[in-house]
Design a protein around this ligand. Sequence first.
Ligand code: HXC
Length: 271
Amino acid sequence: MASSFNKNCLDDKIALITGGGSGICYEIANTFLKYGATVYILSRNKEKLLRAEMELNKGLSSQRCFSIPADVRKFDQINDAVDIILKKSGKLDILINGAAGNFLCPISQLSYNAFKTVMEIDAHGTFIVSQICFNKWFENNGGVIIHISMTLHYTGTMLQLHAGAAKAAIDAMTKHMAVEFGPYNVRVNGIAPGPIEGTVGLSRLGGFDESYLDKMREMIPLRRMGSAEDVANTALFLCISEAKYITGSTIVVDGGHWLTSSSSILNISKI
Ligand code: HXC
């Protein structure tokens, strides 16, 4: 199907995408490149990141995807990463906070370190990267920030206390940053994906059991799993000028899944 977006809509835009080495954020990087942006993908795993960089640059007339290995929990590493981007590209227009960690675990067995680790990657990471980008660039030049959230904390999903607590904090940051950064022409929004086919999130949530996934599909009002493209197109929309009056919102991209799901949907037999 032909795209409704103008193929040059991100020309000359510079984007930093944390967690861009795989999954949904890889597809966001791919989409942004397709529409003209230069993209920096950042995550901890150097090898995975380099493979992603190579793959994403395939077919482009010149290199527009660059990888930066760094840990969103480490202030100094992110400080250096943003310096590298500003030195190389001279500006930064878009930040996607997508780096996340997750697993299924009952509250009774969740170690303090396990809870802390997910809080640090998801919530602290989102704070650290956003604050550094704001102080170094967005404050004087404006920009767009998008946080990748989820819907599992809307219903208090089982085995997801750590991720739910972290994503709830992120949803709060979307609003707080929208309020404080708005006067600096920085728009801050979130995207809450539902079950997205082919992602680590879905495989951890439902396993590869087809009958379980079929049941899940039947519960989704739009009767299909989402694709990473569904999320990437939403991110693209939030970045272009047609979305210029949207800030402080978290857009749910889940085919209506959370409206009809219950907190016990997880495939507990898979733990
Ligand atoms: C219980 C676990 C665990 C598990 C790790 N831990 N995996 N506890 N069940 N399956 C505990 C460890 O035992 C340790 O606690 C603590 O967490 C830190 O683990 P490390 O491996 O040292 O941490 P680290 O190397 O930083 O790894 C982070 C991670 C990892 C989150 C644990 O899984 C990760 O990086 N995953 C890759 C990214 C990912 O998961 N993406 C999916 C996001 S999808 P102790 O007490 O032993 O020291 C998403 C959408 C929702 O978020 C999807 C729903 C499922």
